[in-house]
Write a protein of this length. Sequence first.
Length: 246
Amino acid sequence: MLNLNTIHQGDCLELMQRLESGSVDLIITDPPYLMNYRSNRRVVKEKFNHIENDTNQQFIKDYIKECYRILKQDSAFYCFCSWHKIDIFKQEVEKYFNLKNIIVWNKNNHGSGDLNGSYAPKHEFILFAHKGRALNKQKRIPDVIDCAKINSDKLTHPTEKPIDLLKIFILNNSEEDTIVFDGCAGTGSLALACLNLNRNFIGIEKEEKYVKVAQQRIKEVAGCKAEGDDGIPPTNKLVGILPKIL
């Protein structure tokens, strides 16, 4: 078993072998989109390196299969993807899971892309699926969700997702003190959302520099929660995990 409330550095397919089958309660994951992303911005130096495994279709196949193995029965699976390769993601998810929705995340601010030959991109997709049947724990909402993307000057990772968006999925498909997993953890946004909602998390990230950023972000949030800086009294759970994080 991997330690709870930790971003583990390494190859996620290798580290996931240390997780028992049916051992996590919810998966919300943001793997490479298989689109070999390159920014069209004309800058001297890009802020981030290119995403590893962003053309490796076999990785996505193996990863989704492993996600199914480690997820508990009657639990939910969320997977971010783009329209560019959604056919591949959908096909792989449906091999194992019961696909319920393709959620549209409206980012409320469009990207660049082909400025003269395409419509301005303003959305991403999230495949929402069940292993067995996962009932909603919150009020049912539409499958088009408005949530502003993170401003480029505040990004800590090139594909960083808003914490407020992740919280919607965590609240709808998990209880407090359960385990939420992401094998492509980046700089730990899912971990921060879990901390704020009193969930445990297990994250895996391959790149050391992103793991270090995630660890720092987790320390800051966990410290604030323990001190009650957000106006919420510290819970036993959060106080209990501080030694593991700090």
